[in-house]
Design a protein around this ligand. Structure first.
Ligand SMILES: Cc1cc2nc3c(=O)[nH]c(=O)nc-3n(C[C@H](O)[C@H](O)[C@H](O)COP(=O)(O)OP(=O)(O)OC[C@H]3O[C@@H](n4cnc5c(N)ncnc54)[C@H](O)[C@@H]3O)c2cc1C
Length: 179
């Protein structure tokens, strides 16, 4: 367990996180070959409003779809999310027929997801201050909170960190595109 000092606690407590759920559902009436994406068609720069479904993606099993659901914060319960997924799917219609939600086959809560800080905190030097923590108390910080959302981003950040702080010829310091 980390024993943060006041400086670390104040800085790291600025992190917020989003809600993220994934599910496999059975539904009838959706297109078997095409995914449904939640976009703001009036303004493509502004994303769709959340909480809501990101996408409903067909799977290689009859009437099975992978649903990705996001929320701006962590206030929704799993039951709320299930109800919203059900309602949103049943609002869809294809070729004049309403889509019928059947059941959840799988349902997983991956929250808290996508750690981030507010724009003003970034303007005020949040990431510079976070980088200054590297090596302090012999501690190094890695993970998507620092590097970005995908696993290769994590490994590239770790490689850069090893190169910066331990610049010996270390095979672990190769970036993901060199492996
Ligand atoms: C559904 C889903 C699908 C994804 N698909 C992809 C993909 O296809 N490709 C891709 O590149 N990335 C994908 N990602 C993202 C990828 O999983 C993350 O980028 C990566 O796992 C983040 O690594 P991390 O070390 O930052 O965090 P994590 O892997 O979340 O590790 C954090 C660890 O800290 C532990 N922990 C948390 N709190 C505490 C505490 N208080 N004390 C002790 N331990 C604690 C957790 O149990 C966890 O083991 C996906 C993520 C999700 C949720």
């Amino acid at each position: 367990m980390f024993d943060f000092d006041e400086h670390e606690r104040l800085l790291l407590s600025k992190f917020k996180a989003r809600g993220y759920w994934t599910a496999v559902v059975r539904a009838e009436g959706l297109d078997k070959d095409k995914g449904v994406f939640n976009v703001n068609t009036k303004n493509m720069i502004k994303a769709a409003r959340f909480p809501g479904i990101y996408a409903v993606l067909p799977m290689p099993f009859s009437d099975h779809y992978n649903v990705l659901f996001g929320a701006e914060d962590l206030s929704l319960s799993d039951d709320d999310v299930k109800q919203r997924i059900r309602d949103d799917i049943e609002r869809l219609s294809f070729r004049g027929s309403k889509v019928k939600f059947k059941e959840f086959v799988e349902f997983h809560n991956h929250s808290p997801f996508g750690p981030y800080v507010e724009v003003d905190d970034i303007r005020n030097g949040f990431y510079q201050n976070l980088n200054k923590l590297q090596g302090r108390h012999s501690t190094y910080y890695i993970g998507t909170a620092l590097s970005g959302p995908s696993t290769p981003d994590c490994w590239d950040h770790v490689a850069d960190l090893v190169n910066d702080y331990f610049p010996a010829n270390n095979p672990a310091s190769r970036r993901s595109d060199e492996l």
